[in-house]
Design a protein. Structure first.
Length: 381
Protein backbone atom coordinates (compact mmCIF):
# COMPACT_ATOMS: atom_id res chain seq x y z
CA UNK A 1 0.00 0.00 0.00
CA UNK A 2 1.43 3.40 -0.96
CA UNK A 3 1.18 6.54 1.17
CA UNK A 4 -1.73 8.02 -0.76
CA UNK A 5 -3.78 4.83 -0.53
CA UNK A 6 -3.08 4.59 3.19
CA UNK A 7 -4.31 8.05 4.05
CA UNK A 8 -7.26 7.72 1.67
CA UNK A 9 -8.66 4.77 3.62
CA UNK A 10 -9.28 6.97 6.66
CA UNK A 11 -11.92 9.10 4.97
CA UNK A 12 -15.02 7.10 5.63
CA UNK A 13 -14.08 6.55 9.22
CA UNK A 14 -13.56 10.28 9.61
CA UNK A 15 -16.48 11.63 7.57
CA UNK A 16 -19.03 8.85 7.27
CA UNK A 17 -18.27 6.31 10.00
CA UNK A 18 -17.36 3.44 7.68
CA UNK A 19 -14.59 2.26 5.37
CA UNK A 20 -16.83 0.02 3.30
CA UNK A 21 -16.26 1.77 -0.02
CA UNK A 22 -17.78 -0.95 -2.15
CA UNK A 23 -20.97 -1.18 -0.11
CA UNK A 24 -21.28 2.59 0.29
CA UNK A 25 -20.70 3.34 -3.36
CA UNK A 26 -23.11 0.61 -4.41
CA UNK A 27 -25.85 1.93 -2.15
CA UNK A 28 -25.28 5.50 -3.24
CA UNK A 29 -25.25 4.53 -6.88
CA UNK A 30 -28.49 2.62 -6.44
CA UNK A 31 -30.06 5.64 -4.78
CA UNK A 32 -28.91 7.86 -7.61
CA UNK A 33 -30.43 5.52 -10.17
CA UNK A 34 -33.79 5.86 -8.42
CA UNK A 35 -33.73 9.66 -8.42
CA UNK A 36 -36.62 9.83 -10.85
CA UNK A 37 -38.97 8.02 -8.46
CA UNK A 38 -41.26 10.17 -6.31
CA UNK A 39 -40.81 9.81 -2.54
CA UNK A 40 -43.48 10.85 -0.01
CA UNK A 41 -42.65 14.19 1.57
CA UNK A 42 -40.24 15.14 -1.20
CA UNK A 43 -40.64 17.16 -4.36
CA UNK A 44 -42.35 15.25 -7.17
CA UNK A 45 -40.07 13.43 -9.55
CA UNK A 46 -38.92 15.36 -12.61
CA UNK A 47 -38.80 13.75 -16.03
CA UNK A 48 -35.24 14.77 -16.85
CA UNK A 49 -35.58 13.49 -20.40
CA UNK A 50 -37.95 16.39 -21.11
CA UNK A 51 -35.61 19.11 -19.86
CA UNK A 52 -33.56 21.25 -22.21
CA UNK A 53 -29.83 20.55 -22.19
CA UNK A 54 -27.24 23.28 -22.60
CA UNK A 55 -23.47 22.89 -22.72
CA UNK A 56 -21.29 25.57 -21.13
CA UNK A 57 -17.65 26.28 -21.92
CA UNK A 58 -15.88 27.26 -18.72
CA UNK A 59 -13.38 30.13 -18.63
CA UNK A 60 -10.43 30.79 -16.33
CA UNK A 61 -10.85 33.17 -13.38
CA UNK A 62 -11.17 36.03 -12.72
CA UNK A 63 -13.47 36.00 -15.77
CA UNK A 64 -16.77 34.12 -15.79
CA UNK A 65 -18.63 32.41 -18.62
CA UNK A 66 -21.63 34.12 -20.22
CA UNK A 67 -24.92 33.70 -18.38
CA UNK A 68 -28.24 35.45 -17.84
CA UNK A 69 -29.10 37.25 -14.61
CA UNK A 70 -32.65 35.88 -14.65
CA UNK A 71 -33.72 32.42 -15.72
CA UNK A 72 -35.26 32.17 -19.16
CA UNK A 73 -37.90 29.47 -19.22
CA UNK A 74 -38.00 26.25 -17.25
CA UNK A 75 -35.14 24.57 -15.38
CA UNK A 76 -32.49 23.02 -17.59
CA UNK A 77 -29.70 20.49 -17.40
CA UNK A 78 -26.47 22.47 -17.65
CA UNK A 79 -23.53 20.40 -18.85
CA UNK A 80 -19.98 21.20 -17.79
CA UNK A 81 -16.70 19.42 -18.45
CA UNK A 82 -13.68 19.92 -16.22
CA UNK A 83 -10.26 18.38 -16.73
CA UNK A 84 -8.02 17.87 -13.73
CA UNK A 85 -4.47 19.09 -14.29
CA UNK A 86 -1.49 18.40 -12.06
CA UNK A 87 1.08 21.04 -12.95
CA UNK A 88 3.97 22.92 -11.41
CA UNK A 89 3.25 26.61 -10.81
CA UNK A 90 5.46 29.49 -9.76
CA UNK A 91 3.84 31.17 -6.75
CA UNK A 92 6.07 34.23 -6.52
CA UNK A 93 9.30 35.68 -7.92
CA UNK A 94 11.33 34.55 -4.89
CA UNK A 95 11.66 30.93 -5.97
CA UNK A 96 8.50 29.36 -4.54
CA UNK A 97 6.96 26.61 -6.68
CA UNK A 98 4.19 24.12 -6.06
CA UNK A 99 2.98 21.01 -7.83
CA UNK A 100 -0.54 22.35 -8.04
CA UNK A 101 -3.60 20.17 -8.38
CA UNK A 102 -6.17 22.08 -10.39
CA UNK A 103 -9.60 21.98 -11.93
CA UNK A 104 -9.17 23.02 -15.58
CA UNK A 105 -5.60 24.19 -15.03
CA UNK A 106 -6.27 27.28 -12.91
CA UNK A 107 -6.13 28.19 -9.22
CA UNK A 108 -8.93 28.59 -8.35
CA UNK A 109 -10.95 26.40 -10.66
CA UNK A 110 -13.50 28.15 -12.89
CA UNK A 111 -16.69 29.71 -11.54
CA UNK A 112 -19.69 27.68 -12.71
CA UNK A 113 -22.99 29.57 -13.06
CA UNK A 114 -26.49 28.07 -13.18
CA UNK A 115 -29.95 29.14 -12.02
CA UNK A 116 -31.81 27.87 -8.99
CA UNK A 117 -33.73 24.73 -9.95
CA UNK A 118 -31.36 23.81 -12.79
CA UNK A 119 -29.48 20.52 -12.81
CA UNK A 120 -25.69 20.61 -12.90
CA UNK A 121 -24.21 17.75 -14.92
CA UNK A 122 -20.44 17.63 -14.65
CA UNK A 123 -18.07 15.36 -16.52
CA UNK A 124 -14.89 15.23 -14.44
CA UNK A 125 -11.83 13.98 -16.33
CA UNK A 126 -8.61 12.73 -14.74
CA UNK A 127 -6.14 12.25 -17.61
CA UNK A 128 -3.73 9.32 -17.61
CA UNK A 129 -0.87 11.83 -17.44
CA UNK A 130 -1.82 12.66 -13.84
CA UNK A 131 -0.42 10.70 -10.91
CA UNK A 132 -3.18 10.85 -8.30
CA UNK A 133 -6.80 9.99 -7.62
CA UNK A 134 -9.16 12.99 -7.36
CA UNK A 135 -12.83 13.79 -6.83
CA UNK A 136 -15.09 16.80 -6.26
CA UNK A 137 -17.23 17.91 -3.31
CA UNK A 138 -19.85 20.54 -4.17
CA UNK A 139 -21.02 22.53 -1.15
CA UNK A 140 -24.05 23.49 -3.27
CA UNK A 141 -25.25 19.89 -3.56
CA UNK A 142 -27.16 17.50 -1.30
CA UNK A 143 -26.02 13.96 -0.51
CA UNK A 144 -23.02 11.65 -0.93
CA UNK A 145 -20.58 14.02 0.81
CA UNK A 146 -21.31 16.71 -1.75
CA UNK A 147 -20.85 14.24 -4.58
CA UNK A 148 -17.40 13.31 -3.34
CA UNK A 149 -18.38 9.68 -2.75
CA UNK A 150 -19.57 9.33 -6.35
CA UNK A 151 -16.72 11.04 -8.18
CA UNK A 152 -13.46 9.30 -7.23
CA UNK A 153 -11.50 9.03 -10.48
CA UNK A 154 -8.09 7.46 -10.98
CA UNK A 155 -5.71 8.66 -13.71
CA UNK A 156 -7.15 7.63 -17.06
CA UNK A 157 -10.77 7.76 -15.87
CA UNK A 158 -13.71 10.13 -16.08
CA UNK A 159 -16.96 10.30 -14.14
CA UNK A 160 -20.27 12.09 -14.66
CA UNK A 161 -22.25 13.57 -11.75
CA UNK A 162 -25.63 15.30 -11.79
CA UNK A 163 -27.16 17.26 -8.92
CA UNK A 164 -30.01 19.71 -8.51
CA UNK A 165 -29.00 23.30 -7.75
CA UNK A 166 -31.82 23.88 -5.28
CA UNK A 167 -30.24 26.63 -3.14
CA UNK A 168 -29.36 30.07 -4.49
CA UNK A 169 -25.97 31.51 -3.67
CA UNK A 170 -22.25 31.13 -4.18
CA UNK A 171 -20.66 27.95 -2.90
CA UNK A 172 -17.22 26.36 -2.73
CA UNK A 173 -16.29 23.14 -4.49
CA UNK A 174 -13.06 21.27 -3.81
CA UNK A 175 -11.28 17.95 -4.07
CA UNK A 176 -11.72 15.65 -1.06
CA UNK A 177 -10.14 12.27 -1.87
CA UNK A 178 -9.72 11.10 1.74
CA UNK A 179 -7.87 11.55 5.02
CA UNK A 180 -4.87 13.88 4.99
CA UNK A 181 -5.24 14.10 1.23
CA UNK A 182 -8.29 16.35 1.70
CA UNK A 183 -6.53 19.43 3.12
CA UNK A 184 -3.41 18.76 1.07
CA UNK A 185 -5.25 18.73 -2.26
CA UNK A 186 -7.13 21.90 -1.24
CA UNK A 187 -4.00 23.83 -0.26
CA UNK A 188 -2.38 22.65 -3.48
CA UNK A 189 -5.03 24.64 -5.35
CA UNK A 190 -7.82 22.16 -5.98
CA UNK A 191 -10.87 24.29 -5.24
CA UNK A 192 -13.26 26.69 -6.94
CA UNK A 193 -16.83 27.99 -6.71
CA UNK A 194 -20.28 27.70 -8.24
CA UNK A 195 -22.90 30.47 -8.38
CA UNK A 196 -26.57 29.51 -8.30
CA UNK A 197 -28.53 32.60 -9.40
CA UNK A 198 -32.14 32.99 -8.18
CA UNK A 199 -34.52 32.35 -11.07
CA UNK A 200 -35.86 35.90 -10.80
CA UNK A 201 -32.43 37.45 -10.22
CA UNK A 202 -30.71 39.16 -7.33
CA UNK A 203 -32.79 41.43 -5.08
CA UNK A 204 -32.13 44.19 -2.55
CA UNK A 205 -33.60 43.92 0.99
CA UNK A 206 -36.88 45.45 -0.25
CA UNK A 207 -37.16 42.95 -3.08
CA UNK A 208 -36.14 45.33 -5.87
CA UNK A 209 -34.04 43.88 -8.70
CA UNK A 210 -30.26 44.21 -8.60
CA UNK A 211 -28.14 43.89 -11.73
CA UNK A 212 -24.45 43.83 -12.55
CA UNK A 213 -22.40 44.69 -15.61
CA UNK A 214 -19.70 42.09 -14.99
CA UNK A 215 -18.57 39.42 -12.54
CA UNK A 216 -15.09 38.92 -11.11
CA UNK A 217 -14.20 35.68 -9.41
CA UNK A 218 -11.49 35.92 -6.75
CA UNK A 219 -10.23 32.65 -5.31
CA UNK A 220 -8.11 33.17 -2.21
CA UNK A 221 -5.50 30.45 -1.73
CA UNK A 222 -3.23 29.62 1.19
CA UNK A 223 0.00 27.76 0.37
CA UNK A 224 2.47 25.99 2.66
CA UNK A 225 5.83 25.84 0.88
CA UNK A 226 8.67 24.27 2.92
CA UNK A 227 12.14 25.79 3.14
CA UNK A 228 15.50 24.05 3.35
CA UNK A 229 18.11 24.56 6.09
CA UNK A 230 19.39 27.65 4.27
CA UNK A 231 15.96 29.27 4.19
CA UNK A 232 15.36 28.70 0.49
CA UNK A 233 12.08 27.31 -0.79
CA UNK A 234 12.27 23.61 -1.53
CA UNK A 235 11.32 22.36 -4.98
CA UNK A 236 10.13 18.82 -5.57
CA UNK A 237 10.21 16.39 -8.48
CA UNK A 238 6.53 15.43 -8.23
CA UNK A 239 3.46 16.06 -6.05
CA UNK A 240 3.89 13.12 -3.65
CA UNK A 241 7.53 14.03 -3.02
CA UNK A 242 6.32 17.21 -1.30
CA UNK A 243 3.60 15.60 0.81
CA UNK A 244 5.63 14.80 3.94
CA UNK A 245 7.30 18.19 4.30
CA UNK A 246 4.21 20.14 3.35
CA UNK A 247 1.87 18.25 5.67
CA UNK A 248 4.14 18.99 8.63
CA UNK A 249 4.12 22.68 7.74
CA UNK A 250 0.33 22.61 7.32
CA UNK A 251 -0.09 21.38 10.90
CA UNK A 252 1.41 24.64 12.13
CA UNK A 253 -1.47 26.54 10.45
CA UNK A 254 0.95 29.25 9.27
CA UNK A 255 0.89 29.66 5.48
CA UNK A 256 3.94 30.77 3.53
CA UNK A 257 1.69 32.55 1.03
CA UNK A 258 -1.91 33.78 0.93
CA UNK A 259 -2.70 34.86 -2.62
CA UNK A 260 -5.50 35.76 -4.99
CA UNK A 261 -5.94 33.62 -8.10
CA UNK A 262 -2.96 31.36 -7.77
CA UNK A 263 0.11 33.50 -7.24
CA UNK A 264 1.48 36.69 -5.76
CA UNK A 265 0.59 39.59 -8.06
CA UNK A 266 -1.73 37.57 -10.32
CA UNK A 267 -4.24 40.47 -10.29
CA UNK A 268 -1.96 43.47 -9.80
CA UNK A 269 -0.05 45.85 -12.06
CA UNK A 270 -0.51 44.94 -15.71
CA UNK A 271 -2.86 42.13 -14.66
CA UNK A 272 -5.17 44.51 -12.75
CA UNK A 273 -8.92 44.16 -13.05
CA UNK A 274 -10.56 46.97 -15.02
CA UNK A 275 -13.84 48.87 -14.83
CA UNK A 276 -15.42 52.21 -15.70
CA UNK A 277 -17.14 54.78 -13.53
CA UNK A 278 -20.81 53.81 -13.37
CA UNK A 279 -20.22 50.10 -13.90
CA UNK A 280 -21.61 47.69 -11.34
CA UNK A 281 -19.46 44.66 -10.56
CA UNK A 282 -20.38 41.51 -8.66
CA UNK A 283 -17.30 40.23 -6.85
CA UNK A 284 -17.47 36.55 -5.93
CA UNK A 285 -14.80 35.61 -3.38
CA UNK A 286 -14.08 32.09 -2.12
CA UNK A 287 -11.70 30.64 0.46
CA UNK A 288 -11.89 26.88 0.79
CA UNK A 289 -9.71 26.62 3.89
CA UNK A 290 -9.16 29.84 5.90
CA UNK A 291 -11.23 32.80 7.03
CA UNK A 292 -10.90 36.02 5.04
CA UNK A 293 -11.99 39.66 5.34
CA UNK A 294 -12.45 41.27 1.91
CA UNK A 295 -12.17 45.06 1.66
CA UNK A 296 -12.11 47.43 -1.32
CA UNK A 297 -9.77 50.34 -0.59
CA UNK A 298 -11.46 53.43 -2.01
CA UNK A 299 -14.84 51.76 -2.26
CA UNK A 300 -17.38 49.69 -0.37
CA UNK A 301 -19.73 46.78 -0.61
CA UNK A 302 -22.97 48.43 -1.74
CA UNK A 303 -24.78 45.13 -1.27
CA UNK A 304 -23.03 42.21 0.39
CA UNK A 305 -23.96 38.57 0.88
CA UNK A 306 -21.07 37.75 3.20
CA UNK A 307 -22.32 34.21 3.71
CA UNK A 308 -22.94 33.99 -0.02
CA UNK A 309 -26.56 32.85 0.12
CA UNK A 310 -29.00 34.85 -2.00
CA UNK A 311 -32.13 33.74 -0.09
CA UNK A 312 -30.90 36.06 2.66
CA UNK A 313 -31.20 39.83 2.17
CA UNK A 314 -27.89 41.55 1.43
CA UNK A 315 -26.26 43.92 3.89
CA UNK A 316 -25.66 47.48 2.72
CA UNK A 317 -22.64 49.77 2.63
CA UNK A 318 -20.10 47.47 4.27
CA UNK A 319 -16.46 48.50 4.59
CA UNK A 320 -15.17 44.97 5.24
CA UNK A 321 -17.02 41.66 5.31
CA UNK A 322 -16.19 38.27 6.78
CA UNK A 323 -16.15 35.03 4.81
CA UNK A 324 -15.44 31.91 6.88
CA UNK A 325 -13.12 29.23 5.60
CA UNK A 326 -14.95 26.74 3.41
CA UNK A 327 -17.35 29.33 2.01
CA UNK A 328 -17.84 31.88 -0.73
CA UNK A 329 -19.31 35.38 -0.50
CA UNK A 330 -20.53 37.98 -2.97
CA UNK A 331 -20.46 41.77 -3.02
CA UNK A 332 -22.03 44.23 -5.46
CA UNK A 333 -20.39 47.62 -6.01
CA UNK A 334 -20.91 50.48 -8.47
CA UNK A 335 -17.68 52.37 -9.10
CA UNK A 336 -18.09 56.12 -8.55
CA UNK A 337 -14.56 57.45 -8.96
CA UNK A 338 -11.74 56.75 -11.42
CA UNK A 339 -8.26 55.66 -10.41
CA UNK A 340 -6.54 52.76 -8.73
CA UNK A 341 -8.37 50.69 -6.12
CA UNK A 342 -6.96 47.81 -4.10
CA UNK A 343 -9.14 44.84 -3.25
CA UNK A 344 -7.60 42.79 -0.47
CA UNK A 345 -7.93 40.56 2.54
CA UNK A 346 -7.89 43.15 5.34
CA UNK A 347 -5.70 40.99 7.47
CA UNK A 348 -3.02 43.37 6.25
CA UNK A 349 -0.19 40.97 7.04
CA UNK A 350 -1.70 38.43 4.68
CA UNK A 351 -2.45 41.10 2.07
CA UNK A 352 0.80 43.05 2.03
CA UNK A 353 3.35 40.48 3.17
CA UNK A 354 1.84 37.21 1.90
CA UNK A 355 0.08 38.30 -1.31
CA UNK A 356 -3.71 38.49 -0.77
CA UNK A 357 -4.35 41.61 -2.85
CA UNK A 358 -5.62 42.69 -6.28
CA UNK A 359 -5.71 45.99 -8.16
CA UNK A 360 -8.70 47.53 -9.92
CA UNK A 361 -8.01 50.25 -12.49
CA UNK A 362 -11.11 52.38 -13.13
CA UNK A 363 -11.58 54.84 -16.01
CA UNK A 364 -13.83 57.89 -15.93
CA UNK A 365 -14.24 61.46 -14.68
CA UNK A 366 -13.39 62.52 -11.15
CA UNK A 367 -16.24 63.73 -8.92
CA UNK A 368 -15.04 66.60 -6.69
CA UNK A 369 -18.22 66.36 -4.64
CA UNK A 370 -17.21 62.92 -3.40
CA UNK A 371 -13.58 63.87 -2.73
CA UNK A 372 -11.25 66.79 -3.37
CA UNK A 373 -7.77 67.71 -2.23
CA UNK A 374 -8.45 71.11 -0.72
CA UNK A 375 -4.79 71.93 -0.16
CA UNK A 376 -1.73 70.22 -1.60
CA UNK A 377 1.07 69.13 0.77
CA UNK A 378 3.30 72.06 1.74
CA UNK A 379 5.03 73.77 4.64
CA UNK A 380 3.19 73.86 7.96
CA UNK A 381 1.64 77.30 8.45
Amino acid sequence: MNEQEGVSLTRRGMLAGTVLLGVGASALGSGLAKAATAVPGQDPAVDLAKLERVSVELVAPPQVHAHTQRAEGKPRIVEFRMVIEEKELAIDTAGAYIHAMTFNGSVPGPLMVVHEGDYVELTLVNPASNSMMHNIDFHASTGALGGGELTHVKPGEQVKLRFKADRAGVFVYHCAPGGAMIPWHVVCGMNGAIMVVPRDGLKDPEGRPLRYDKVWYIGEQDYYIPRDKDGKYKRYANPMASFGDMSQLMKGLVPSHVVFNGSVGALTGKQALTAKVGETVLIVHSQANRDTRPHLIGGHGDYVWASGKFANPPQRNLETWFIPGGAAGAALYTFRQPGLYTYLNHNLIEAVMLGAAAHVQVEGHWNDDLMKQVQAPGPIS
